[in-house]
Design a protein around this ligand. Structure first.
Ligand code: F0G
Length: 458
C-alpha cells in the first residue's frame, strides 16, 4: 500500500524547549526591537521562520562526526574528507572552504570584478548583490518574466531569461566576467531552475566564452524539484541530477548553512587555476589557511556528512512536502502567495494581501510584525525594505513585497506547520486593520538587518 501520510523521516533524540509568550509580551518586545524582527531576542520567538540558514538540526551521524574533527592548522584530515564530499557532487578541481556563503562571494568577486562590470544572475540574493556592488559593479537580475508574478503558475520560475542573457552578453559582454545562476532562486521565491535552462545558460556562456558559476546554496532542493517537475527526470536520483547541475558550471559559491545541513560553513569551488590561486591568497588574508578557511576541523566534518545526507530522497521528499502542505492550507483560504511554493519557504504576497498599504509604507513589515504579535512566529520581509534602497540613496518599491516563512531543516514537525497555517489565516482575516510603517533610522547598505521602524497611524 502507498501511504498518503508523509512522515518526518527521523525520530527525535534531543529536544529544545520553546518559550510561550502572551500577545501583550510580544507587543512590548517588538516595540523595543524597533519593530524589526531581526532585533528581537530569539527566546521571545515561538516558531522561528526567519531563515533556513544555519538553523537546521544536525543528525546523530553529524554530531558523531564532530568528534572526528582534525584541528591541524594545515593539511587537516577533515579538510580532505570535506573536499572529497564536495568533489563527489561537483567535480570541481579547487575546493576552498569559507566560514559561510557570503565569504565565498566576497572572495570570488574581489578576485575577479572591476568597477563597471556586470554580473548577470536570475536574482541576486541580498549579500550577493551587495558584494557585487561594493566592487563598483552592477548586479543584473534576469529571471524569466513569469518569475516576477507571484500568483502565476510555472514549474521553473527561477529560470534565467535566456534571450535577455543573450542580449546582455551581446551588448555588454566585454564587461561581464562571469554569469551566475542561483539554485533555488531565493530572492524570487525559492523557485527552481530547470536542467534545460541551465543547459541553455551553458550554451550561451560557451558562445560568448564566459565562465558560469552556480550560487548553489539550495542545490539539493533544486535537484529534487527537477526530479518532480522536469520531463524525463523522474527516474533519476537527486544526487544524479545535482551532479549534472554542477557539471554544467565552471564553479560555485555555496553556503553550507542551507543544503550543507550544517550550522556554519561554506565554500568556493572552481576549475580555473589562476582564479583559484588568487582566491586562496585572499582567503589567507581574511579567512584562514586554505585547508580550513575560517572553519574548525569539526565543522568540515559536519558539512561533509551533511552533503551526503541532503541528497537522500526520503529527506527531500519530507522537506519539500512540508512546504507544499503549508502552501495548500493557505491557498485553500486564498491567501496570496508565490505559487507554486518554493523549496525552502512559503512566500506570502504582502502587497497582494495588504493593498491598502503602499510599498513605501512597507506592507511586508506590517505582515511580519502582525504574525509575530498574534502568534510568536518570526518571518522576514523580502521586499521594499530589503531591495528598495538604490545605491544613490533614493528609495523605490522593491520588485515585490514578500514575507518569507523559511523552514529550518529537520526542526519542526507537522503540528508546528498546522499552527503556522492557523496563525497566517487569522492574520489574513484581519488584514484590513493592519497599518504601514516608516523608517526611523537605517544604515546605507543591507538596511533590513538593523533599521528601526515606527508604526503609522490609521
Ligand atoms: N546566496 C543565497 C541564495 C542565499 O540565500 C544566501 C543566504 C547566501 C548566498 C549567503 O550565504 O548566509 O552563508 O553568507 N541566505 C540566508 C537566507 C541568509 O536567510 O536566505 P551565507
Amino acid at each position: 500500500m502507498e501511504f498518503r501520510t508523509i512522515i518526518e523521516p527521523f525520530r527525535i533524540k534531543s529536544v529544545e524547549t520553546i518559550k510561550t509568550t502572551t500577545e501583550e509580551q510580544r507587543k512590548k518586545a517588538i516595540a523595543e526591537a524597533g519593530y524589526n524582527v531581526f532585533l528581537l531576542h530569539a527566546d521571545d520567538v515561538l516558531i522561528d521562520l526567519l531563515t533556513d540558514s544555519g538553523t537546521g538540526a544536525m543528525s546523530s551521524a553529524q554530531w558523531g562526526a564532530l568528534m572526528q574533527g582534525d584541528e591541524s592548522y594545515a593539511g587537516s584530515r577533515s579538510y580532505y574528507r570535506f573536499r572529497d564530499a564536495v568533489q563527489d557532487l561537483t567535480r570541481f578541481k579547487h575546493v576552498i572552504p569559507t566560514h559561510q556563503g557570503r565569504a565565498a562571494e566576497r572572495i570570488l568577486f574581489h578576485t575577479i570584478l572591476h568597477a563597471g562590470d556586470v554580473v548577470p544572475n536570475n536574482n541576486h540574493f541580498d549579500t550577493t548583490r551587495a558584494n557585487v556592488e561594493v566592487e563598483g559593479a552592477e548586479a543584473r537580475d534576469l529571471v524569466i518574466p513569469e518569475g516576477r508574478v507571484p500568483g502565476l503558475l510555472h514549474p521553473f520560475k527561477g529560470n534565467m531569461d535566456l534571450p535577455a542573457l543573450e542580449e546582455t552578453l551581446g551588448k555588454d559582454g566585454a564587461r561581464v566576467p562571469l554569469v551566475m545562476v542561483t539554485v533555488t532562486n531565493n530572492s524570487g521565491g525559492g523557485q527552481p531552475v530547470s536542467l534545460e535552462n541551465l543547459r541553455g545558460v551553458r550554451a550561451l556562456c560557451d558562445r560568448f566564452q564566459k565562465p558560469f558559476f552556480l550560487d548553489a546554496c539550495r542545490f539539493a532542493e533544486n535537484a529534487y524539484l527537477v526530479k518532480r517537475r522536469e520531463k524525463g527526470q523522474e527516474g533519476r536520483t537527486p544526487k544524479e541530477i545535482a551532479r549534472e547541475m554542477f557539471s554544467l558550471a565552471d564553479g560555485c559559491t555555496m553556503s553550507a548553512k542551507k543544503d550543507g545541513l550544517a550550522n556554519i560553513g561554506g565554500f568556493l569551488a572552481m576549475n580555473d587555476d589562476a582564479w583559484a590561486e588568487k582566491a586562496r591568497n585572499l582567503l589567507i588574508l581574511t579567512e584562514g589557511f586554505p585547508t580550513y578557511g575560517g572553519l574548525a576541523g569539526y565543522d568540515l566534518e559536519a558539512i561533509a556528512r551533511g552533503l551526503e545526507e541532503v541528497v537522500e530522497e526520503p529527506y527531500l521528499h519530507y522537506r519539500i512536502r512540508s512546504i507544499e502542505y503549508l502552501a495548500e492550507k493557505l491557498e485553500s483560504a486564498r491567501v496570496p502567495m508565490i505559487r507554486p511554493p518554493g523549496g525552502h519557504a512559503v512566500y506570502l504576497d504582502a502587497r497582494g494581501l495588504l493593498p491598502h498599504i503602499p510599498p513605501l509604507q512597507y506592507p511586508g513589515v506590517a505582515l511580519v510584525n502582525a504574525l509575530y504579535e498574534v502568534a510568536g512566529i518570526r518571518g522576514v520581509e523580502i521586499g521594499t525594505v530589503m531591495f528598495g534602497l538604490r545605491p544613490d540613496g533614493t528609495e523605490q518599491p522593491g520588485p515585490m513585497d514578500l514575507v518569507r516563512l523559511a523552514f529550518p531543516r529537520r526542526v519542526y514537525t507537522q503540528s508546528h506547520v498546522d499552527y503556522v497555517a492557523e496563525a497566517v489565516l487569522e492574520v489574513a482575516k484581519n488584514a484590513g486593520n493592519l497599518r504601514g510603517y516608516r523608517i526611523v533610522e537605517a544604515p546605507r547598505a543591507l538596511r533590513h538587518f538593523t533599521a528601526r521602524f515606527a508604526p503609522l497611524g490609521p
